[in-house]
Design a protein around this ligand. Sequence first.
Ligand code: GLN
Length: 304
Amino acid sequence: MPENKSNDWTIIKILSWTESYFKDHSIDSPRLTAQMLLAHCLGIKQIDLYLQHDRPLQKNELSRFKALIKRRIQNEPVAYIIGEKGFFESDFEVEKGVLIPRPDTETIVEQALKVLNARQKDFKPKTVLELGAGSGAIVVSLAKKNPDHVYYASDISFAALAIAKKNAQKLLPGMMKDKISFFVGDWLSSLKKFPGFDPRFDLVISNPPYIPTGDIQNLQPEIRRFEPMLALDGGRDGLDSFRSILKDVHHYLVPGGTILLEMGFDQKKGVQNILKPYPEYQSIEFIRDLAGHNRVILIKKSID
Ligand code: GLN
C-alpha cells in the first residue's frame, strides 16, 4: 500500500487500490475479495462499505486491513481469513482444520432433503447419520430445514467436531440446539464398539475425501496449502473412503434405507466396481451437480 496520510485512505479509495493489487497478484474475484476482507476488518456489512464510501480509515484499521491483504496474497482462502463461508441457506463458521463447504456440495443436501421429505402414510421421524461432518454444513443444513428428524454426526477430527457443534449451536433455533448428537469416529468403526448398541439409520450421508493422492499437488495453493488433507486425500485412486464406508454401512441401515455420497466427477466407474460384490445395495443412481458433473451417488439398501 503506497505511503499516504492515513486519513486520505477512504473506503472507496482503499477498495480500488486493493482490487488492482489483487488483480496484479492473480487473486480470483479481486473486487469482491477486497470488499469481503474490508467489511470483515471494519465489522460492517458489504453494503455499508458503499453507504460509507468516503469514510476515512483510522490508522489501526489500515494496519489490520493490510495484514488481511497479506494473508490473501499468500494464498490463504478468504473463508479462513474472515472465519465463515456461506453454504446452502446459512453462514457457517470455518477455520483451518475443517474443509470449507463447496457450492457443489449443495447437490447432496438437496438430494437428502428429497429423501427426508418423501411422502409417508404416517409421519415417523427418520434417523440420519452424517459421516465426516467437517464444519457440519450438511447435517446442520438438514436439521435446520427438517427439525422433526433425528440426527447423528461423526468426524475423526476433534477440531472439526468442535466447529460443527458451534455451527449447530449458532444456526439451529432454541429447542433444536442440541438436536444433533456428535461423536468422534473413523467412518463406522466407532459404532461397532458398543456391544448392545445396534443403531439403524434411514439415511447415511457423507462427503468423504475423494481426491487421488497423486492429484493433490496439482490443486490450487489455497486448497493444497491450507485445507485439511484428511478431508481431501482419498488414497491412491481417491476411492479409499468409499471402500471403507460401503463395506460396513449396510449393517447400519434399515431395510430400504438410503446412502448418499458425494464423489469426484470422474469416479462413476470406480464406485460401480466397489459396489459390485454387495447384493445388499440396490437401485444405484448417479446425480449431477449444477455444472452437469456426476457428483452424488444415491444407493438404496435392499428391503430383505
Ligand atoms: N470437491 C472438493 C475439491 O475439489 C473435494 C472434496 C472432497 O474430497 N470431499 O476441493
